[in-house]
Design a binder for this molecule. Structure first.
Ligand code: GLC
Length: 538
């Protein structure tokens, strides 16, 4: 548990991500809500977490699960009211749980008042200047202003009635804001203050690396749209240096609120670039996605860990470990696939026979003990404490993710990790609510239910509870670790006070080091540590 006088609580904090739409449904309409979340605070408290991050809960047409915000200072009526949000923040605080809000600054919803004003105003007007409107190319301006491709598929440009085009890096209903307009910056500083004044602990910041655009809006010459992830390119809209000025402005607002924190979602080429977001006057945390993406082998894992440690240390910070979130295939399923099978294309039409669910489940538990033993902070995604796999067989007619629509059915999208949680082994929606769920839960979902796992010492829920309790008891506040030489395929490191973590990523059982076993991710084979298993030793 954190100490309120400790303004650096977040450096080694444990965070839990609530995808509110799918967490718990309090009013029986099939959609998760604040009432449901408030009714499940016991569950969160048992996990000894320091904070929750709630995915966007603002009024929204939900074209992108709420990342299309129509109003930044209110709550989507489907989720509740601003008064209930206040109650939640206060009740969570009584349990020593802080609440982080999702800030979506790159774009608004097309339903936002500003965008409606922009459409109703003339080209060049102040209302249009809040967004990125341009004339088209070609004889009649009927070609988009440039060749940029949306993250979800198709052009980043949509034409409006008077012939101008507006930019949207994501869905056409998510117009990009113009961050070189001071009015936009002022508005967001005000939004930050609004939630901080309500008692929010801070923000997870969406697409932090996309806010600044090259004012010339040049064509992207490189064909590989993803190349910016692997190489440092001078890209016209990803990871531009101007972004850091914007971030410093937000940080100065947060610094007025002691103990507040902001974490960046920034997909950039390497730690050299990522560390810049983590400088002392910028973000407190950036997700270490390299760890999430590392394949299941010791060298890849070790490298991802070391890069993250070095990168964060280079700016006086610590890494933020994460294995799953609402945008990626859940990690038990990722680890169930052979290393050379990429999970996203596999979801669409991959060979199901290559899936080794038992291995995935074992590895996920082992990876959890690994991540929770590392120095730094950690984010967990709702349902991972239940060992939930990806629901990979959702039928096409229930898919809701704009990725599916915008890609013309060539990418299945992220619905499979967003299926509503099972709370009880039986009942209409396994305890999610009283009346169905907005995405169908698969048969057998009840086997993962929280009530089945609670009290079962072998369950994933009890593993998380025990690990998080031990972590906060033994490791909170300590930021050091030391690798211990070990045989190929095995990673061992020591933390303060003699705490040691060993993970076996090889194919053979290995001898357990001396010491007292505090916790193991699977059953131990006498004095041996089986493959795909990790252990904490004292
Ligand atoms: C981020 C969010 C994702 C959303 C996108 C556009 O990547 O995590 O869910 O679709 O931004 O806002």
């Amino acid at each position: 548990m954190h100490n309120d006088t400790d303004t650096h609580w977040w450096r080694t904090g444990a965070f839990y991500q609530v995808y509110i739409r799918s967490f718990a449904d309090g009013n029986g309409d099939g959609t998760g809500d604040i009432a449901g979340l408030r009714s499940r605070l016991d569950h969160l408290e048992q996990l000894s977490i320091d904070a929750i991050w709630i995915n966007p809960w603002f009024p929204s047409p939900l074209n992108d699960g709420g990342y299309d915000v129509a109003h930044y200072r209110d709550i989507n009526p489907a989720y509740g009211t601003i008064e209930e949000a206040q109650l939640l923040i206060d009740e969570a605080a009584q349990r020593n749980i802080r609440v982080m809000v999702d800030l979506v600054p790159n774009h608004t919803s097309s339903e936002h008042r500003w965008f409606k004003e922009a459409l109703a105003s003339d080209p060049g007007s102040p209302a249009r200047e809040r967004y990125i409107f341009r004339d088209g190319r070609g004889v009649d301006g009927d070609e988009p202003p440039n060749n940029w491709q949306s993250v979800f598929g198709g052009s980043t440009w949509t034409r409006v009635e008077d012939g101008q085009w507006y930019l949207h890096l994501f869905d056409p209903t998510q117009p990009d804001l113009n961050w070189s307009n001071p009015a936009v910056e002022r508005e967001f500083h005000d939004i930050l203050r609004f939630w901080l004044d309500m008692g929010a602990a801070g923000f997870r910041v969406d697409v932090a690396h996309g806010l600044a655009k090259d004012p010339e809006l040049p064509d992207i010459v490189r064909a590989e749209s993803e190349a910016f992830r692997t190489e440092r390119l001078d890209h016209p809209h990803w990871d531009r240096d101007e972004v850091h000025e914007i971030i410093r402005g937000w940080r100065s607002v947060l610094d007025e609120y002691e103990g507040s924190v902001m974490v960046a979602e920034a997909w950039v080429a390497n730690w050299d670039r990522l560390a810049r977001y983590l400088r002392p006057d910028e973000f407190h945390q950036v997700f270490a996605f390299e760890f999430l993406e590392a394949e299941w082998n010791a060298e890849a894992m070790r490298q991802a860990i070391q890069n993250s440690l070095d990168g964060a240390h280079s700016v006086g910070s610590v890494p933020t470990w994460v294995l799953s979130n609402h945008d990626v295939v859940r990690h038990p399923t990722r680890y169930a696939l052979p290393n050379d099978v990429a999970s996203k294309p596999w979801l669409l039409d991959g060979d199901r026979s290559v899936l080794n669910e038992d291995a995935g489940f074992r590895r996920a538990r082992a990876a959890t003990l690994l991540g929770l033993a590392l120095p730094g902070s950690v984010y967990m995604y709702q349902g991972e404490e239940l060992g939930l796999p990806e629901v990979h067989d959702l039928s096409e007619d229930v898919l809701d993710d704009p990725v599916w629509r915008q890609s013309g059915g060539t990418e299945k999208g992220r619905d499979g990790c967003r299926v509503p949680l099972p709370w009880s082994s039986e009942g209409p929606s396994y305890g999610f609510g009283s009346n169905g769920s907005w995405l169908p839960q698969p048969d057998g979902w009840g086997a993962f239910a929280a009530d089945v796992q609670l009290g079962d010492p072998d369950s994933t829920l009890e593993l998380y509870k025990a690990a998080l309790a031990l972590r906060s008891e033994r490791l909170a506040g300590d930021e050091t670790m030391e690798w211990v030489p070990s045989q190929p395929g095995v990673l061992t490191f020591r933390r303060a006070g003699g705490f040691t973590c060993v993970i076996n990523l090889s194919r053979d059982s290995i001898a357990l080091p001396d010491g007292n076993v505090l916790l193991a991710s699977g059953s131990l084979d006498g004095g041996l540590l089986p493959p795909d298993t990790s252990v904490w030793i004292d």
